[in-house]
Design a protein around this ligand. Structure first.
Ligand code: ACO
Length: 424
């Protein structure tokens, strides 16, 4: 990030002329630095939904929404999805570089050996209703980990917490599912890689020898990579905001999971499948559904479409669309929902309403089709998104805490309520 004397913006307001520095990122993104604006002029800016507000500078993820570009630490998402593994990408996001072979081996070994939950944690799951949605269960469980590992936050302890969270998140996610079924939990297996172990804990039982399908494990690993970071979205900004009060990593991540749950954010993947199933029940009537999505008097939206940043194809959706067929074919499942999704996409991309508003499929449009083909229940979809996003949240949290410009997050407001009045 650079600043220079020749790069200034001037704001005129009444008699005031305020000079504001302009900062430039490594991809030539220009931003007016207004951090001293109130101090110098008494003015604040107003930007509901933060569409024009940069909350931080960051070197983790780059998105060019107009061109449909996504890169983690400079590496294009297409290359990482094809060549990397989730744990390698997690390291990359957190440490800034791809790990050397010995670093990856050490990291993998540590994650593998921290997957178990304290036996007392069983009481936590038993206290919750079996009908609970796994998202609040996971959010609560991650927050509860802070009661088992209350430690001062030295750099070394933060590293340990990062390992613990990556290691235990799949165990927590799988236990929340097993709890809802009333089935015994499956202990993690140290002989399996990260994604295979999650499949083993989800679908294995003590009564059978569940064999992980390597095609499925690879597809899941790629899904996790695609979700691993997405710069300052709603849940990541939440993690940064909570962490900015010096709340610990467990509390910050738990808040991020809660933010992700909403249907306009990560919860959309569940809503997409529900939408596709509803269309299938109506004998595939995609047109009728799209009419409702376009009607301003109807709150229906085409779930999995549109994005605050992407005004072009979301590259993650393009990768997933390509992977859907392979996974479904290898599992021998039905492609009815995929066919409906592709038909919806085709109609929407040729419809003036969606063209005028630059609405394209986002990551959630096709991810649910793959999750469903694998056999995940719909209410686990967003939990898997959270598993994938975890390293990104932690990389962002750590970057924020190490930033010399780090201050508690505290936006201002324009007050529009009653002026002073007497209590009589
Ligand atoms: N279906 C129908 N219309 C839509 C959709 C959609 N999916 N998305 C946006 N629009 C319309 C809006 O009605 C609005 O129309 P108008 O200008 O006539 O009022 C216009 O497009 C702009 O929409 P906004 O809501 O202002 O866009 P914003 O950037 O605030 O919202 C969001 C982005 C929340 C993702 C939105 O596109 C949406 O609700 N999509 C469906 C939910 C979804 O898929 N969420 C997942 C996002 S990806 C992620 O978080 C992982």
């Amino acid at each position: 990030m650079t600043t220079g004397n020749d790069q200034k913006a001037t704001l005129s307001y009444g008699d005031q002329k305020i000079e504001l520095p302009v900062v430039v990122g490594t991809e030539d993104e220009h931003a007016i630095d207004i951090s001293k604006l109130r101090l110098e002029s008494g003015l604040i800016t107003l930007d509901p939904g933060y569409g024009s507000t940069g909350s931080c500078s960051s070197s983790i993820t780059f998105i060019d929404g107009e061109k449909g570009i996504l890169r983690y630490r400079g590496y294009p998402i297409e290359q990482l999805a094809k060549k990397s593994t989730f744990l390698e990408v997690a390291w990359l996001l957190i440490h800034g570089e791809l790990p050397k072979a010995d670093q990856l081996a050490d990291f993998t070994s540590k994650v593998t050996h921290h997957t178990m939950l304290h036996e007392d944690f069983g009481r936590f799951f038993n206290a919750l209703p079996k009908s609970a949605h796994p998202m609040p269960v996971c959010a609560a469980a991650i927050a509860a980990l802070a009661t088992f590992y209350q430690e001062p936050e030295t750099d070394q302890k933060v590293e340990e917490t990062i390992i613990r969270l990556i290691a235990k998140m799949p165990t927590i996610a799988a236990y929340s599912y097993k709890h809802s079924l009333g089935q015994p939990n499956m202990y993690p297996s140290n002989n399996l890689d990260y994604s295979s172990n999650f499949l083993h804990m989800m679908f294995g039982t003590p009564c059978d020898d569940y064999e992980v399908n390597p095609v499925v494990a690879k597809a899941l690993d790629m899904l996790l990579i695609l979700h691993a970071d997405h710069e300052q979205n709603c849940s990541t900004s939440t993690v940064r905001m909570v962490g900015s009060s010096r709340a610990n990593l467990f509390a910050s991540i738990s808040s991020g999971i809660s933010a992700l749950w909403g249907s306009l954010h990560g919860g959309a993947n569940q809503k997409v499948i529900e939408m596709l199933e509803a269309i299938a029940q109506e004998h595939g009537s995609a047109d009728k559904f799209l009419q409702r999505a376009k009607d301003r008097d109807d709150t229906t939206r085409l779930m999995g479409f549109g994005h605050r940043v992407y005004k072009n194809h979301d590259p993650r959706a393009t990768i997933l669309k390509g992977a859907c067929g392979d996974v479904i074919n290898s599992l021998g499942g039905s492609s009815q929902l995929l066919e409906i999704a592709m038909r919806l996409e085709e109609i929407a991309l040729n419809d003036d309403y969606f063209i005028e508003r630059n609405l394209y499929p986002n990551v959630d449009f096709y991810s649910g089709v793959i999750y469903q083909a694998i056999g995940f229940p719909v209410n686990m979809f967003t939990v898997i998104f959270a598993m994938g996003r975890l390293p990104g949240w932690m990389a962002q949290w750590r970057e924020m805490r190490a930033d010399p410009a780090f201050r508690i997050g505290r936006p201002r407001q324009v007050y529009t309520g009653a002026t002073e009045r007497a209590y009589e």
